[in-house]
Design a protein around this ligand. Structure first.
Ligand code: ADP
Length: 316
């Protein structure tokens, strides 16, 4: 019985095991062939999830989530490339236009000089744009080295307000700076200075002449808070998140007239987050905008410096 029965049992067990394994693995095969079909051009497609409650269903749902994230990153990248090309093309067409007009007929030396001046202005604009894009891409790649030191946030803010004071004066605006002394943060001075500059510069650009801009630095628990409140048109609540996106502008013509690139707030957001803080915008009392930069307070004595590679934040 044993001699005859054992081979039969072994064959049956082997066959049974094979059938079970095939049944268990077929859905995985199916998933793999579906996943293979999804390429960069077809990122909107998803894997079918036959049963959400078993292991295969959960695996398919996780893979679908990953595809959704990839799709949104691709979309962002596509939009960014389209916007960047558009921005780069505008000054190039202006330069070409000036050149063509200049060569159209013989002109006086003074006119040639003027045309060249206009061309150089556009070249400056292009250079500025390319530099900013390069800096943002270094930030994305995490290759920017931050030189962190303990900084008095109020002092730095005052410094920026003084250097931008001339712009406010030209527009007859008043920069009211109110800082609590000794609120220190650990940050890269140049990078943080740039974000403060961009926010105050926007407040000057986008609020009406002869208005007042309130700049405040104070501490709240473990947080250092810098607010810039203006009396401009403000930012509608539906735009308050997108305002920090690259090339996002509410009023394109006005931004261009002011020499804006639509990258100032994207840089400011990157710079604040690289230093461990957050930036946000709210509506002000008079309908203006209030930009808020929040950074963790640093308790170490002023003057300490550490070199830190930038830890990349997910998302962008
Ligand atoms: P830009 O170079 O166009 O100023 P930013 O990234 O600095 O680019 O700002 C993006 C857009 O946000 C601006 O074009 C403007 O429409 C809007 N904006 C920024 N700051 C303010 C402000 N203080 N008040 C009203 N609108 C603002």
């Amino acid at each position: 019985m044993l001699v005859l029965g054992l081979p039969v049992v072994v064959v049956l067990a082997g066959f049974g095991g094979y059938v079970l394994a095939r049944r268990a693995l077929t859905p995985i095969d199916h998933l793999a062939s579906e996943a293979r079909r999804i390429t960069a051009e077809r990122l909107h497609e998803r894997l079918s999830v036959p049963n959400q409650h078993d292991e295969i269903g959960r695996l398919a749902a996780v893979i679908n989530d990953a595809f959704a994230r990839l799709e949104s990153s691709f979309e962002q990248l596509r939009r960014f490339t389209a916007d960047a090309s558009h921005e780069l093309r505008t000054p190039l067409s202006v330069i070409r236009g000036i050149g063509e007009v200049g060569l159209g007929e013989t002109r006086t030396p003074a006119e040639y000089k003027e045309a060249m001046g206009s061309m150089l202005e556009e070249v400056d604009r292009l250079t500025n744009l390319v530099d900013t894009l390069l800096r943002l891409s270094h930030g994305d790649a995490g290759t920017v080295r931050l030189r962190r030191e303990t900084i008095d946030l109020g002092e730095l803010t005052r410094e920026v307000a003084v250097s931008l004071g001339i712009l406010a004066e030209e527009r007859n605006q008043h920069l009211a700076v109110d800082v609590v002394p000794g609120v220190s943060v650990s940050a890269d001075r140049l990078v943080l200075r740039e974000s403060i500059t961009n926010v105050i510069d926007n407040a000057i650009k986008y609020s009406p002449p002869a208005s007042s801009i309130d700049i405040r630095v104070h501490a709240d628990g473990h947080q250092a808070i810098l607010t810039v409140a203006d009396r401009g048109p403000g930012i509608a609540s539906e735009h308050r998140v997108r305002i920090f996106d690259r090339f996002f502008r509410l009023d394109e013509a006005r931004s261009r007239d002011n020499g804006g690139t639509g990258l100032g707030l994207a840089i400011a957001k990157w710079a604040v987050e690289a230093n461990g803080g957050q930036i946000s915008v709210d509506g002000g009392v008079d309908g203006g905008a209030i930009f808020r930069i929040v950074l963790p307070i640093d308790a170490t004595p002023l003057g300490n410096v550490t070199n830190m590679p930038l830890v990349r934040e997910g998302g962008r």
